[in-house]
Design a protein around this ligand. Structure first.
Ligand SMILES: Nc1ncnc2c1ncn2[C@@H]1O[C@H](COP(=O)(O)OP(=O)(O)O)[C@@H](O)[C@H]1O
Ligand SMILES: [Mg+2]
Length: 597
């Protein structure tokens, strides 16, 4: 069984560089699915290159005929016609290879994106505590698009550059070996320069992206906390900071532009030096009769054709490197297994679905993955049908216990038993399908009230939604809103009071009709009378329900069948309200709340 301690260790191993074979294994199934598309793309790409390379030969033929005085209008017309046909074919084929190969890279990106998203959805709580949302979003955007580029335009450039340069070189060598060697002299300069410049470009571009995400993140954080910012009159401060971030962003964009501005002149410069050498030596060779005028003209074309592949070599080397780095980062996420269930959840058992739930803790002990001290220890507890109250100081471990019952964190075997079965032998989803949960913080979506309540059962009818809202004592208020159940509640429920949000969350949980209900301090913002009404409703539910209610209110706790008091992760008292009057913490709580009432 995987334990909590094993998880971070597993991930450190993952950050070690994995080999290319592992990375290839991630993408190879996608290649196998789309092999035909890739094949057609590459064949058309190479065909275009060859057609392009044949054109200078045709020109050479025409020029030589002209020089020899043997040219006729018929010959020139035929050659022009063939060149035109070539151009048309190339236009068509260029469309095909673009569509095939760039299309393939998009399909590959989609496949990886879906796999990444599904994988992240399967992860459990410890995973999300180790990684920030921004980090995950970066994987989903930057890394994926870098990989897409490497497999799309990167592959195209690599194949194109290889075919073009080798073929152009062969044609040049066929015309004259010495001249070829002379005009190639400046070319290595071009490879080195583009490799250097595109590396610089990449680093500077990364900074641009980073600053752009800082800028958007700052805008997002500001808008989300707009009430707070207005309450503290921080508008000017935020605006100034935003201005600074925007300025940094422009500055680094200009740094990118400076490098980009160097790329084109560099290639022109090196190309011109090559052309200079060609004009001089090529000219001399023509005078000496070593090559024909037509050969000279064709040579000029081949030399210009070589410029782009030479630049591409440096660029392709960079993009391949970046693609591998990004794929490695994607692999790091894909390779993490959830530590609660493991990826092969199907091998874990289930039990027949039950209408009643029992949960027992035996010497339950739990330490958060990132913590030193245990958050819970020596917990012995039987949870069964009825209303169980859970109370204790903040930080005593109440929420932790709820999260463990929901299997959000891994526990050692032999400590937690669901229906008498060790939870480590049961699928997480099976256990969760029996539990409805109202968390301490409520989460609402910018959608209608009805849709928010029906989150757990999207197929529920309006009557069922209303029935759940009645139980949660919120139906009347919803009906008083303009739009009623269809009213939109705004992003994260900004249009609702704290108590209303909590009762919506409760209605959502009740609609699921699961045999166990866990309410983690979920009624703290509801006024006392309404809370009593809700409690009454919960008690009137068909018997068989197991309810765990975390609360600080004596008026709620006194209605529970039994109460457990937690203190620093241990059970410090248990029993009915009357039993606990002798318990220090509980008695003080009772006295305080009586004097406030
Ligand atoms: N995700 C976490 N990682 C590490 N420690 C945590 C985490 N959540 C809670 N804790 C710690 O565990 C203890 C119990 O917290 P919690 O169960 O939230 O208490 P309660 O719900 O009773 O207020 C506290 O000391 C808290 O700081
Ligand atoms: Mg809590």
């Amino acid at each position: 069984m995987k334990t909590a301690a094993a998880a971070p260790e597993a991930e450190t191993q993952m950050t070690k560089e994995v080999g290319l074979r592992v990375l290839w294994a991630i993408v190879s199934p996608i290649f196998r699915t789309h092999w035909l598309r890739i094949l057609v793309g590459l064949i058309t790409l190479i065909s275009v290159d060859f057609l392009q390379l044949l054109v200078p030969r045709l020109v050479q033929e025409a020029v030589d005929a002209l020089a020899a005085g043997s040219a006729t209008t018929a010959l020139l017309g035929r050659i022009a016609g063939i060149i035109f046909l070539f151009a048309l074919t190339m236009a068509g084929l260029r469309f095909v290879w673009r569509y095939m190969i760039i299309g393939f890279s998009r399909l590959l990106e989609r496949n990886l994106r879906n796999r990444l998203f599904e994988h992240i959805l399967r992860m459990d709580q410890p995973f999300f505590e180790r990684r920030t949302t921004g980090d995950l979003m970066a994987h989903a955007s930057n890394d994926l698009s870098v990989v897409q580029m490497a497999f799309g335009i990167g592959v195209v450039a690599a194949v194109d550059a290889l075919v073009m340069s080798l073929a152009a070189l062969a044609f040049m060598l066929a015309i004259d070996v010495r001249l070829t060697l002379i005009v190639l002299l400046p070319m290595p300069l071009l490879i080195i320069a583009t490799k250097k410049l595109s590396g610089m470009l990449h680093r500077r571009f990364n900074l641009v992206q980073e600053q752009f995400s800082q800028l958007t993140e700052f805008a997002r954080a500001t808008l989300v906390s707009i009430r707070l910012i207005k309450a503290y009159t921080l508008e000017d401060f935020q605006a100034r900071h935003f201005g600074r971030l925007g300025n940094d962003y422009v500055q680094s964009n200009l740094r990118v532009a400076r490098v980009q501005g160097l790329l084109a002149p560099t290639s022109t410069l090196v190309g011109s030096v090559g052309m200079l050498l060609l004009l001089y030596y090529g000219g001399v060779f023509v005078i000496e009769g070593r090559i024909s005028i037509g050969g000279f003209v064709a040579f000029v074309s081949y030399l210009t054709m070589l410029i782009w592949p030479m630049m591409a070599v440096g660029w392709v080397a960079n993009i391949a490197q970046r693609g591998i780095t990004s794929l490695r980062r994607i692999h790091q996420v894909l390779a993490v297994e959830p530590c609660v269930d493991g990826m092969d959840a199907t091998s874990l058992g289930t039990l027949p679905p039950a209408a009643r739930v029992t949960y027992s803790c035996r010497q339950l002990r739990f330490t958060y993955p990132a913590a030193q001290q245990p958050a819970l220890q020596d917990i012995d507890l039987e949870i069964g049908e009825g209303l169980l109250g859970l109370t204790g100081r903040t930080g005593s471990g109440k929420s932790t216990l709820c999260r463990l019952l929901l299997r959000m964190y891994p526990v050692e075997s032999g400590m937690l038993f669901f229906q008498g079965e060790d939870v480590t032998r049961l699928a997480q989803a099976f256990i969760r399908s029996h539990i409805a949960y109202v968390s301490q913080e409520t989460f609402l979506f910018a959608d209608s009230i009805a849709a928010n309540i029906a989150l757990g059962r999207p197929e529920a009818s309006m009557d069922e939604i209303r029935a759940a809202a009645v139980l949660a004592a919120i139906d009347e208020e919803i009906c008083s809103f303009a739009g009623g159940y269809e009213a939109a509640i705004g992003e994260r429920g900004v249009k609702l009071s704290g108590g209303q949000k909590q009762r919506l969350a409760l209605a959502r949980a009740l609609l699921c009709r699961r045999p166990m209900l866990i309410i983690d301090d979920g009624l703290s913002a509801v006024d006392v009378e309404t809370e009593q009404e809700i409690l009454h409703n919960l008690r009137s539910l068909p018997s068989g329900r197991t309810i765990l209610l975390v609360s600080h209110r004596v008026n709620v706790l006194r209605h529970c069948d039994s109460i457990v008091v937690l203190d620093e992760g241990r059970i410090s008292g248990a029993g009915s309200h009357n039993d606990l009057l002798g318990h220090d913490f509980y008695r003080i709580m009772v006295e305080k709340q009586r004097s406030h009432a």
